[in-house]
Design a protein around this ligand. Structure first.
Ligand code: ZN
Length: 568
């Protein structure tokens, strides 16, 4: 079967082929062009989004004798050897299988010798977080005094497991998950060459099941092709066509979107179908916490659509990275609800997600919360009538036991099943105060975002959504930011005022020479900023609501957020 190894066959061999990591590519190629290559790089991010591919392409760009302007030729012996992982001067180590200190000592003993040919000897360590502590210590010794010809390219899916001492020695790059559209575009490009066609909804299904990983998407594609037998093509000119139903059958997934149905039943107050849906999910072995999290993601989409509609702004399916069918469904639902109600639903469901984790009856927790969301109108009326009756009970209190009046039937149910929330003393919640330039133990970017967050929370929230590349320059840093292409955040970040403010923060924090670059910022700057502004505000509102300090406050005080003012 010729189609079995699409992920392998279409592995990117040049920076041009690489999807969605513009900020990384831009910074790395500039480093080569300006002869400012560092000794250690750390690539972090989810699996299957191009970290190892970038490491190999970068190694080629550094070692290819024919490379022009940081573009390797991909045909010389060295390029081919690196592509096939057999170059003697590009050593690939899998941290998962070589987590012993011996493997790293081997590196230490060998780095002293120059490359067999060319200028650079390159070590690519994949899944570097799997190294043992003693292996890390051995690695650190080499990172502290690296010989001029040695370059380390470290890749990890779990950057938080890397010792800060190692992080501090590396230039760090965070890789983004890909958007569904980026995945679909790449698959379509591949299918065209392979003489295969898949319906648009089929492609959407593949993309939405791959969780932002191109490698996973291509494996799913392989699964579809091999399920129906790639060799059923009669001649090279035939086009194989797959429809939605075939994709669903091959992937063994459900075509009807359970999560969409969940909200449909809640908004239409169809409790019978709602409970049946939860029951079905539970009995089919779905992890209910994961299910509730997916429902919350769906609620976010509904919320953004609602916010755009209430402020009479345009919002497109593309901007939300969903299919047009999905967008229409959600738009129809938004006719039946309001922003305030959706906010409350978000509040209830967020709380439910944390309760599910430690409840002995997770299904019941979800059932009660779900039914409660269908009763928001009734709860409102109850609250209104009770407030007329002189009751001072706070709205939507989280801690039922503290109420002075007889709780409603629904709340009684919840009290039975939900253990009382432990109130954390505020001294434990507040982060330790630190100085203007606290480095947060070698995590400069994180510390910088925290720094901005304290002064301008919404600008900080925006930076939180960026992937970044940090590059040291004299008395400062070169910071390249990447956002989801065409996302609200990207538009927000290309606002001249925000660029000015972020740059000012950078200079204060990292030094006067600091420079801000936005990946692909040119095209975005052309887009009208006023258009879609309300929708951006909605996103920022959401970010503000999601901000840890806000959610902690809500958790502790059982408070409801009445208004979020956007001042960016
Ligand atoms: Zn070459």
């Amino acid at each position: 079967m010729a189609y079995l190894a699409i992920a392998r066959k279409w592995r990117p061999h040049s920076f041009e082929d690489l999807v969605g990591q513009g900020h990384v590519v831009q910074t790395l190629t500039n480093a080569i062009r300006l002869n400012r290559v560092s000794h250690a790089y750390l690539f972090s991010g989810a699996r299957g989004i191009g970290k190892t591919s970038v490491a190999r392409i970068f190694a080629k760009a550094l070692r290819c004798p024919n490379a022009k302007d940081a573009v390797p030729c991909n045909t010389c012996n060295e390029c081919v050897a690196i592509s096939e992982s057999r170059s003697v001067d590009v050593v690939e180590i899998d941290g998962a299988s070589n987590n012993g200190v011996e493997a790293v000592r081997g590196i230490r003993d060998n780095v002293a010798y120059g490359a067999a040919s060319g200028n650079y000897k390159i070590y690519i360590i994949d899944e570097v977080h799997m190294l043992s502590l003693s292996a890390f210590n051995a690695l650190l010794k080499t990172l502290e005094e690296p010989p001029a010809h040695v370059i380390f390219l470290l890749a990890t899916t779990e950057v938080q497991k890397i010792p800060l001492t190692v992080l501090g020695r590396c230039q760090r790059f965070e890789f983004r998950r890909l958007t569904s559209q980026q995945i679909i575009d790449r698959i379509q490009q591949i299918l065209k060459t392979e003489g295969i066609s898949i319906s648009e909804e089929g492609l959407r299904l593949i993309a939405s099941h791959s969780d932002g990983s191109l490698r996973d998407a291509l494996s799913l594609l392989d699964q579809v092709l091999s399920y129906f037998g790639g060799n059923s093509k009669k001649s090279d000119k035939d086009t194989l066509i797959f429809n939605d139903t075939q994709v669903v059958e091959a992937l063994g997934i459900s075509q009807t979107n359970v999560v969409s149905d969940y909200w449909k039943f809640i908004v239409h107050k169809d409790i019978k179908k709602l409970l049946a849906l939860i029951s079905e999910a539970y009995l089919s072995g779905v992890d209910l916490k994961h299910f509730a999290e997916r429902c919350l993601e769906e609620l976010r989409l509904l919320y953004l659509i609602q916010a755009a509609k209430e402020s009479r702004e345009d919002l497109t399916a593309e901007a939300l990275d969903i299919s047009s069918i999905h967008f229409k469904e959600l738009s129809a639902l938004s006719e039946k609800t309001s922003l305030i109600q959706l906010e409350r639903m978000a509040q209830i469901l967020s709380k439910t997600i944390s309760q599910i984790s430690w409840s002995s009856l997770p299904r019941f927790v979800l059932e009660v919360a779900s039914v409660r969301m269908t009763k928001l109108d009734e709860l409102d009326q109850f609250q209104q009538s009770s407030s007329h009756g002189g009751d001072k009970r706070p709205i939507m209190t989280d801690d039922g036991s503290a109420t002075e009046t007889e709780p409603s039937v629904l709340e009684k149910k919840e009290i039975k099943v939900v253990p009382k929330l432990e109130v954390i003393p505020s001294s434990q919640v507040e982060p330790e105060p630190h100085g203007e330039r606290a480095e947060n133990g070698g995590e400069p970017w994180k510390a910088f975002v925290e720094f901005v967050m304290k002064k301008r929370p919404l600008l900080g929230a925006l930076l939180n959504h960026a992937s970044f590349a940090l590059e040291d320059i004299n008395n400062g840093k070169n910071v390249t930011l990447g956002f989801g292409e065409g996302s609200f955040y990207e538009k927000q970040a290309s606002d001249p005022k925000n660029i000015q403010d972020i740059t000012a923060f950078l200079k204060t924090y990292f030094g006067p020479q600091s420079v801000l670059k936005l990946s692909n910022s040119e095209t975005n700057a052309k887009q009208s900023l006023e258009k879609g502004r309300q929708a951006e505000e909605a996103t920022l509102r959401k970010s503000a609501l999601e901000h840890p300090a806000v959610s902690q406050a809500r958790e502790i005080f059982g408070a409801e957020v009445v208004d979020v003012r956007v001042e960016i």
